[in-house]
Design a protein. Sequence first.
Length: 366
Amino acid sequence: MSAVEPSLIQRIIRDDVRAMGAYHVADSHGMVKLDAMENPYRLPPALRRELADLLAEVALNRYPVPSSEALRGELKRVMQVPAGMDVLLGNGSDEIISMLTMAVARAGAKVLAPVPGFVMYAMSAQFAGVGFVGVPLRADFTLDRAAMLAAMAEHQPSIIYLAYPNNPTGTLFDAADMEAIIHAAQGEVCHSLVVVDEAYQPFAQQSWMPRLPEFGNLLVMRTVSKLGLAGIRLGYVAGDPAWLAEIDKVRPPYNVNVLTEATALFALRHVSVLDEQAAQLREQRSRVASALAAHAGVTVFPSAANFLLLRVPDAAAIFERLLARKVLIKNVSKMHPLLANCLRVTVSTPEENAQFLEAFAASLQD
Ligand SMILES: *Cc1c(COP(=O)(O)O)cnc(C)c1O
């Protein structure tokens, strides 16, 4: 086997790509895994057997039906997408973010989002050669409306992302601030598409979906990942068909595979099971938040998602001590200066939450 010359790699692979670290996924073997906002619950055994029978009948030898008509119809019905609006599917909403970015990536184009926020907005922009403008949130992680409007005027972004609620802070931005931004982006301050990212909608129970018809520059993006189907990779974006028709042109053909499609259709027919799991997690969220807030020196930020952001005296130390106790959470303290000494923990089952809270209390004492 001949060795690959580093100089050849240098000649061919982009400088900014070579300089990057690979997307880091922590080794969670044997851990209580509270780092990735997964739903800890699986489908009940009877439904799993039913699904297995269904999947056995799927024609794996055939390409998916183009544009997944049946699944799109079912999503529109179950997720109450307003009449006249359509949905476009992605291999997770991560893929939708890359499609959106690709579709706007003309020379000099920019996208804008509050920071700290979801990292894929900036990463997708970098991959597509699009500028990323991060507008800092206030110290309490609420939207800085004036700073947003000023940055919109200065940078004229093609897309503005607003995660509702935001990751990694859990904040549900003020609806009046959001509305002011969407309006201002209709030509008054800039001409931008506003993408409201509702990845955590099952836990927020508030949505811009019903308001889609009011704003010609609004898209609402969702995913089934946080609802309990992270493994099948399915995201969708709802909006005016005129927008979606353009974005569809950069969609890789057959991006949603037949197993995902069949599984999603099945899960949507049983969505009440997933809704019930989300309700339990919302209840656990308030229990875990109160338990954490009872510790002196610990601040818990309000969350409308299935995770909590907390500030501790020494995030790196607490993170390591939790790891030593077989609890994996996410240390976000180096992601942005506003997140100094912050940790993010996924809300889980009562048992796993109790394990986390016990390990956390012990880690504060060490
Ligand atoms: C998890 C997450 C997503 C990505 O979801 P996938 O559908 O799993 O790709 C998108 N946006 C936000 C804010 C998220 O936290």
